[in-house]
Design a binder for this molecule. Structure first.
Ligand code: NDP
Length: 448
C-alpha cells in the first residue's frame, strides 16, 4: 500500500473553535442574528404579496419605511399553526427518543470525549412520511395543510428557534454537559451566535444538536415539499415536471442524510460547530423555510421545462449527487479501514497524522490524499453545489428568490472551507500544510 507515514509531531493542545472574538466577529454576529430572520420574512412577503419579486418587496419596504412595512406585511401569529408546530416538535422528539436505531460514535471532541449516538432518523422519516401520505390518501388530512398554514408556521418556528438559542446559551453558561468542550470568546454576541457548548445533552444520550439538526427541520423539508406540490395541484390543476424534479432532488438529499446518519455524526456540524443561534435557529427555522423556497415558489408560479431541459437538469443534478455521496463515503470508508483499502482500483494514499486533545492524550488519524480527496480538498462541496444549482435551475431564470438558495450554499460552503482549513491547520500542524501542497485546490483543480 502506498502511504506517506509521518512519525511524531508537536501538536497544539487546543484545536477547537478559535478563542477570542474580534470586533468583526461581534459585529457580524449581530448583523446575522437580526438580518437573516428579516430576510426570511421578506422572502415570504415577496412570494405571497409581491408576485415573487424580492425587488418589489424591498422597494415597498424602502418606500413605506421598515416599521410600517413590518406592521403591514409581516406574517401573523395563528393559534392553529402554533399548536400544530408544538405537536410536530413533540412527535419528532418521541420518535427520536423511542424508535430503535443502531448506535454509532462521533469524532473525538477537543476535550477528549467520544460520544455515542443512536441513528434512528431513517425510521423517523419513514414513519412521518408514511403517516402523512396515508392520512392524505384516506382524506383525513388536506395534503396541502402545511402550505396553507405557512404564515402562522413562520411565526411559530421563529419563536421556537430564538427560545432554543437563548436556552442553549444559558445551559452552556450554567449547566454544561461537557465543560471541557465549552468555548467562551469574551463576546456575548459571538457566543450567542456560535454557541458555548459543543454537545449539549439531557443525560447521557439525548443530544440537543443531533436532534435539532436532523429531526424537526430535515424531516420537515421533504414533507413541506410534498405539501407545496399538493398546493400547486389545488391551485393549478396539475403538478409540473419542475416541481417533481426539485421534490425528487430534495428527497434524495434528505433520505441520503438519514440513510448515512452515522456518517453525519463525524461532519463539521456535529464534531466542531458549537450549539448556538447559528445551529439552533438555523436548523429549526432557517432550514425548513429557506431550503424549501423552490417548491414554495413553484406552487404559486409554475415553471414549464422542455423535455431536453428536464433531462439535462436531472443529469447534472444526479452527477452532483454522485460526487457528493462518493466523496463523503471515501473519507469515512478509508478512515474506518485505517487506510488499508482500495479507491478507484488502487490502494488508498494517506498522510498519517497525530493530534492532541486538551486532556493531554495523543490520538492517531489520517488524511486521505487519493480518490476525490486527491482531486480537490472539498470535492464533496463541489458535488453539493452542482446538485444545488440543479434544484434552482428548475425554477427558470426570471426570479431571484428560488436562486437565493444556490447563492447561500456557495457562500456557506466557501466560508466553511476557510474555517475548516484554519481548524485543520491548528489540529494537524505541518501535516495539514503537506496535504495542502499535495492537493492544492479547494473545489476544482486549476480554478479554485
Ligand atoms: P467534510 O465532511 O468535508 O468534513 C471536513 C472534515 O473532514 C475536516 O474538518 C477534517 O476533520 C476531515 N478531513 C478534511 N480533509 C480530509 C482528508 N483529506 N482526509 C480525511 N479527512 C479529512 O465537511 P462538512 O462537515 O462541512 O460537510 C459534510 C457534507 O455535508 C458535505 O458534503 C457538504 O456538502 C454537506 N453540507 C451540507 C449543508 C447544507 O446545508 N445542505 C451544510 C454543510 C455541509 P477531522 O477533524 O475529522 O480530521
Amino acid at each position: 500500500m502506498s502511504a506517506t507515514t509521518v512519525t511524531e509531531a508537536t501538536m497544539p493542545t487546543s484545536w477547537g473553535r478559535a478563542g477570542k472574538a474580534t470586533w468583526f466577529n461581534t459585529f457580524s454576529s449581530l448583523a446575522l442574528i437580526t438580518g437573516v430572520p428579516c430576510l426570511l420574512h421578506i422572502n415570504w412577503i415577496a412570494l405571497e404579496q409581491f408576485d415573487g419579486s424580492i425587488t418589489a418587496a424591498l422597494g415597498a419596504a424602502f418606500k413605506e419605511g421598515p416599521i410600517t412595512f413590518a406592521f403591514r406585511h409581516f406574517p401573523e401569529f395563528t393559534m392553529a399553526s402554533t399548536l400544530g408546530y408544538v405537536a410536530w416538535l413533540l412527535f419528532q422528539a418521541a420518535l427520536y427518543s423511542f424508535l430503535p436505531g443502531p448506535g454509532c460514535y462521533g469524532q473525538r471532541t477537543p476535550g477528549g470525549h467520544l460520544l455515542k449516538y443512536f441513528a434512528n432518523g431513517l425510521l423517523a422519516w419513514t414513519v412521518t412520511h408514511g403517516m402523512y401520505i396515508a392520512a392524505s390518501y384516506m382524506g383525513l388530512v388536506d395534503p396541502a395543510i402545511i402550505a396553507k398554514h405557512w404564515e402562522g408556521m413562520l411565526v411559530a418556528v421563529n419563536v421556537y428557534g430564538f427560545v432554543l438559542a437563548i436556552v442553549s446559551q444559558l445551559k452552556g453558561n450554567f449547566f454544561p454537559s461537557y465543560p471541557e468542550d465549552c468555548k467562551f470568546s469574551g463576546s456575548l454576541l459571538f457566543d450567542f451566535w456560535g454557541g458555548v457548548e459543543l454537545n449539549p445533552r439531557f443525560g447521557e444520550f439525548w443530544d440537543w444538536k443531533f436532534f435539532h439538526n436532523g429531526r424537526p427541520g430535515i424531516v420537515a423539508w421533504s414533507l413541506i415539499d410534498l405539501s407545496y406540490a399538493a398546493y400547486q395541484y389545488q391551485l393549478h390543476g396539475h403538478v409540473t415536471t419542475s416541481m417533481m424534479i426539485v421534490t425528487l432532488f430534495h428527497t434524495i438529499y434528505v433520505v441520503d442524510f438519514f440513510y448515512n446518519e452515522d456518517w453525519y455524526t463525524r461532519t463539521i456540524d456535529i464534531s466542531h460547530d458549537h450549539f448556538g443561534f447559528m445551529l439552533a435557529w438555523g436548523d429549526t427555522t432557517f432550514l425548513p423555510t429557506f431550503y424549501t423556497l423552490q417548491t414554495q415558489y413553484l406552487a404559486r408560479y409554475p415553471t414549464y421545462l422542455t423535455r431536453t431541459q428536464s433531462l439535462a437538469i436531472l443529469a447534472f443534478g444526479l452527477s452532483g449527487y454522485f460526487i457528493f455521496r462518493s466523496a463523503n463515503f471515501q473519507r469515512d470508508h478509508v478512515r474506518a479501514h485505517d487506510g488499508n483499502t482500495n479507491l478507484w482500483g488502487k490502494p488508498a494514499e494517506v498522510i498519517r497524522v497525530k493530534y492532541q486533545t486538551s486532556d493531554g492524550k495523543t490520538h492517531n488519524s489520517l488524511l486521505l490524499t487519493s480518490g476525490w480527496w486527491g482531486f480537490s480538498r472539498h470535492a464533496n462541496y463541489l458535488g453539493d453545489l452542482m446538485l444545488t444549482w440543479s434544484m434552482c435551475a428548475v425554477c427558470g431564470f426570471t426570479h431571484f428568490i428560488p436562486w437565493s438558495y444556490f447563492f447561500y450554499m456557495s457562500i456557506l460552503l466557501y466560508h466553511r472551507s476557510i474555517r475548516d482549513d484554519a481548524r485543520c491547520r491548528t489540529k494537524y500542524g505541518k501535516h495539514w500544510d503537506e496535504y495542502c501542497r499535495k492537493v492544492p485546490y479547494v473545489f476544482v483543480p486549476g480554478v479554485i
